[in-house]
Design a protein around this ligand. Structure first.
Ligand SMILES: [Zn+2]
Length: 139
């Protein structure tokens, strides 16, 4: 999913689960952003270098992105439950929404450092410039 989608869902989760604590709601939203930090940084680097953002990703970048999207790596967030809720809501949404084989190479490896890549139930990406592909949601 897009980062802003994760943020929106994190805000809803925070508001529903912890309606009386804006601090916990903010922590959940921050947690939803953390797995995409490498993508956000690389997006702005590519823009700065006048390259098509995130089009050609290096193997090092893919490894870093895999680590940031790994179910195993974020077990460390158990020390802060709101962050854990935000991070794992992000990981679960990315997991179920990445199914197209054409993106498999650059999709995050949710089981990193294992090489096996889990595939999702649908895909929201309809190609470059398209944010959402309805056909893939219903199939
Ligand atoms: Zn992500």
């Amino acid at each position: 999913m897009q980062t802003y989608t994760h943020v929106t869902i994190g805000a809803v989760i925070g508001k529903v689960l912890f309606p009386d604590s804006i601090e916990i709601q903010i922590a959940i939203v921050i947690g939803t952003i953390i797995p995409d930090l490498p993508l956000i940084v690389m997006f702005f680097i590519d823009k700065y270098l006048n390259k098509l953002p995130l089009e050609n990703q290096s193997k090092l970048f893919i490894e870093i992105n895999n680590a940031f999207h790994s179910y195993f790596c974020w077990i460390t967030s158990l020390f802060c439950i709101p962050l854990l809720i935000g991070i794992y809501s992000h990981l679960l949404l990315d997991h179920v929404s990445h199914s197209k084989e054409e993106y498999k190479e650059s999709d995050p490896g949710m089981l990193w450092p294992l090489r096996y890549k889990l595939r999702g139930a649908f895909d929201y990406r309809g190609g470059h410039g398209k944010i959402f592909d309805r056909i893939n949601v219903v199939t």
